[in-house]
Design a protein around this ligand. Sequence first.
Ligand SMILES: Cc1cc2nc3c(=O)[nH]c(=O)nc-3n(C[C@H](O)[C@H](O)[C@H](O)COP(=O)(O)OP(=O)(O)OC[C@H]3O[C@@H](n4cnc5c(N)ncnc54)[C@H](O)[C@@H]3O)c2cc1C
Length: 291
Amino acid sequence: MYPSRFAYEAPSSLDEAIGLLHQGAGEAKVLAGGQSLVPLIKLRFASPELLVDINRLPGLDTLDVAADGSIRVGALVRHRDLERSTDLARVQPVMAAAAPLIADPIVRTRGTLVGSLCHADPQGDWAAAVTAVGGHVVAQGPGGRRTIPIADFVTGPFQNVLAYDEVAVEAVIPAPTGQVAGGFLKLERRVGDFATAGTAVALELTGDRVSRAGIALTGVGSRTIDARAAADSLIGQVLSAQAIAQAADLAAEAAQPNSDHRGSAAYKRHVIHTFVTRILTRITTTSERAA
Ligand SMILES: Cc1cc2nc3c(=O)[nH]c(=O)nc-3n(C[C@H](O)[C@H](O)[C@H](O)COP(=O)(O)OP(=O)(O)OC[C@H]3O[C@@H](n4cnc5c(N)ncnc54)[C@H](O)[C@@H]3O)c2cc1C
């Protein structure tokens, strides 16, 4: 199938890009890595009148780990950049664990983390990882910049809170205050597939006790699920078998899977339970913790 006719602009400044989106009055779309948008256009699930290609905008390809441990992921940082970042692996294990599980090497070379958050696919992996670490998105529009917590950024399946003339310029992963631990596990039918079920766990520990926890699920609902009750159950706890079992029960309860060609709802819930148990159990070995 051929896409509908559309205009294409590749601005050289962010202000110009925002101006083009503004003129587009809701009929223009940002093009980042194109790994979700281009297939949608080819299938005519999306028919924008104008594509505003942000790939030539300066300063958006920065992956910066600040001295305090916060991570800024510019809108043109590719999945591959995150996969290769040794800083990321050191500072934020859940992000590093998710990176190589996104799609395949071709998609990872072009696709971006920020684009993935904007696309808001209920089976997207990055939204789960960023939710688990409590990250936020920085957007810029005609009125200036604003910061949007990830919990408020995605409003539904394939929907986000951005105005039609805003560009998401970066995602920010906040600096941890305790010792960091975590992981990301994903069940896929074959390598490169979207998640049948996926789980992101991000913890901070003070001594042996959990001081901050985030658990988020992908593929098991109409949007990324923040398994808040499961995460909260770990606060102040030592990661005992009992604490792990309780968190896994609560995470499985939070899942809202449908039965489909990837598996039954009960099976997907069981996978979530197993993943939470597995990630938390691994953390009890010191090798899974980042300094
Ligand atoms: C074969 C295949 C397999 C895949 N498998 C997986 C997988 O296993 N896990 C997974 O998580 N993803 C998967 N993806 C999706 C992939 O990760 C995409 O790269 C990602 O979802 C979108 O990033 P992008 O930069 O390509 O965005 P684009 O395709 O360019 O844009 C996607 C949407 O976000 C908007 N957008 C993008 N960037 C911005 C911005 N900075 N500001 C405002 N709006 C913006 C666009 O307008 C568009 O609506 C797969 C894709 C393919 C083609």
